[in-house]
Design a protein around this ligand. Sequence first.
Ligand SMILES: [Zn+2]
Length: 455
Amino acid sequence: MNAIRYILLISLLALFAITASAQAPRAKNIIVMVADGWCFNHIEAADYYQHGELGKQIYEREFTLYPMSTFSVNGSYDPAQGSNYDYLLKGATDSAAAATTMSSGVKTLNGAIGMGPDNQPVEHAIEVAEKAGKATGVVTSVQWSHATPAGFTAHDRSRGQYEIIAQQMVNDSGCEVIMGAGNPDYDNEGQPIKRKHVKKVEGSKPDNSYRFVGGEKMWKALKAGKAGGDCDGDGKPDHWKMFQSKKDVQKLMEGKTPKRVLVTVEASETLQVSRKGIDDKREDDPPFQAPLLSNVPTLPEMALAAINVLDEDPDGFYLMIEGGAVDWASHANATGRMIEEMIDYNAAVEAVVGWVNKNSSWEETLVVVTGDHECGFLLGPGSKPELKPIVNNGKGNMPGFEFHYKSHTNQLIPCFVKGAGSDLFAGAAKNEDPKRGKYIDNTDIGLIAKKLIQP
Ligand SMILES: [Zn+2]
């Protein structure tokens, strides 16, 4: 009798295990979109400027919102202090630690790229995706070896090691897509740089302008289509095909594409944020007053081109898309440029959602729309020490807001999720904030992504 009951119990447990594993949530595709430096007020300012009212962005309308803490390994966030002006100014993460954490699920030190607090490499979600046979990539509006794309693909103790990081991304990562700025042959106006051939003098400093693309030698190899390691495990190198022009990126948005695509756009630091202002005071420029660089693609164009390369893999893909210059505009306290960058990022989210609706489904694709930390302490006018709301001045007019800081703050930031496995975020929202409600931590993005794509 007992033996029979035992066997029955075991078979029931086995059956339960089988059904449980069959029902474990999975995602074929994961797209993580990072608006570097954003917070609730950045979205509100863009909402008022673009639409004259709040809640109009596609992620505000169709996604589930979780507030998210972002502090790095030696930091913390105290919900009781969430409206305290002075408290929020201290203890913020940087983009390297935040990216590493959202990629790996491991909190680390500021400045670290894909390394834990013990200075040992952590496993990126992209590396898990590669093991699962998926295609992978990173896209940004700043240099492609900058902290956020690096923090999803490379391993180094210091984000400042651009040359080494760029080499790792090109030679060691299994990525099929890398896109961003950092072109050593162009300036911030999108104009070709004319280099004089100067004889190298003994002891002179090496040319620094190639560091974002892995050094002068690697840049030559990329241009010749001869750079890149083995990305599919057959022991043979898989060379990158590099593109630079806006037209080439637009062509990549449709039809057949090369297997590995590296885009270094025709601009030095960023897509648009580093271009000259009217009267050379770009911090005060209203949005779109200075003409945009016409030879540089937009973030939505790059996003769709990246997806078109990656979606040829039947196993699915993992893609990180960064609106990196939201942070640059916020550091500079450049109000108009911040609005421009938010509009470009919002358009990229629209493009990605459109792709899921048309070419995939929310049952197989997870989209995460978030940031990495707040930047600029963006608040309504007259906010110190009270945190006042942004003021609506109607569609097409600059809303009333002020930057209160030149760097990052420790506020909870928004994380919007939709699609495959997005229910897991509800279970992760364990802490309670009096102002924002139940919130997740930036580790949850890495942990959940890895769970959803593990082989
Ligand atoms: Zn920053």
